[in-house]
Write a new protein. Structure first.
Length: 237
């Protein structure tokens, strides 16, 4: 990967961590990692997307809501949900994934922060759909949208915006544009810095950069970026 710096960075507004009310959405086909669980606020509201309920319960979480068509949650999980949480059922024939529906429900809580958490999975289509859902227009009112996907973390940044992240020196960080081009993209604190660049959707231009100083700073003027890393030093909240 090679990036050049040729222009002056644009002005941007600052997005800061609020430390306010958090909603956690549990999804995915794999068990949650201990690392992922350690990042979740103890007082967060937990919403499960279909079989995410089983993984949440196995990890010791107690969701207050279950969302989806319920085609993959276990019978035991469905029974538990009937006794302990509010169920928002949807038909199997629908235009949105269970994860999208759960994120929309999370946004209805008007939170300061949404964390999507999953142990990962081997369905590429589901992974790409999750990336798209994180940058969906229905979440633009939420100050902080992030995800823990297996052992990686993601943070969504809307333009105009700026975020500083305390990443481990030597770790990998990637920028992916979602839902159209991201313009005025700058990143500092990495081996290959960008200044006011345009990143096309899912293009490799911003992939596999290396952190050389912490915190790094990411800025953009328009569009939506997903910052993906395996090197968070501490919880950015």
């Amino acid at each position: 990967m090679h990036m050049s710096s040729t222009t002056t960075p644009p002005s941007s507004t600052t997005t800061t961590d609020t430390g306010g009310r958090t909603v956690v959405v549990v999804t995915g086909a794999e068990p949650l990692t201990a690392e992922a669980l350690s990042l979740l606020p103890a007082d967060a509201t937990v919403i499960a997307a279909d079989s995410g309920l089983d993984h949440a319960l196995d990890a010791g979480l107690r969701p207050s809501e279950l969302v989806g068509d319920l085609d993959s949650v276990s019978d035991a999980g469905r029974t538990w949900a009937g006794d302990h949480c509010t169920i928002h059922p949807h038909p199997t024939d629908k235009d949105a994934t269970d994860t999208e529906l759960a994120l929309a429900r999370a946004a209805d809580h008007d939170p300061d922060r949404i964390i999507l958490v999953s142990g990962g999975g081997d369905r590429l289509d589901h992974t790409l759909a999750v990336l798209g859902a994180l940058g969906g227009i229905g979440l633009t009112s939420v100050p902080e949208v992030e995800a823990v996907w297996g052992r990686q973390r993601m943070r969504v940044v809307h333009g105009p915006g700026r975020v500083r992240l305390p990443l481990r020196v030597g770790s990998t960080v990637s920028l992916l544009s979602l839902h159209g081009p991201a313009e005025g993209v700058s990143i500092n604190g990495t081996r290959w810095e960008l200044e006011a660049e345009t990143l096309d959707p899912l293009a490799g231009r911003g992939v596999s950069n290396e952190v050389v100083s912490s915190p790094i700073e990411v800025r953009l003027t328009t569009g939506i970026l997903c910052v993906i890393t395996d090197g968070w030093e501490v919880d950015p909240a």
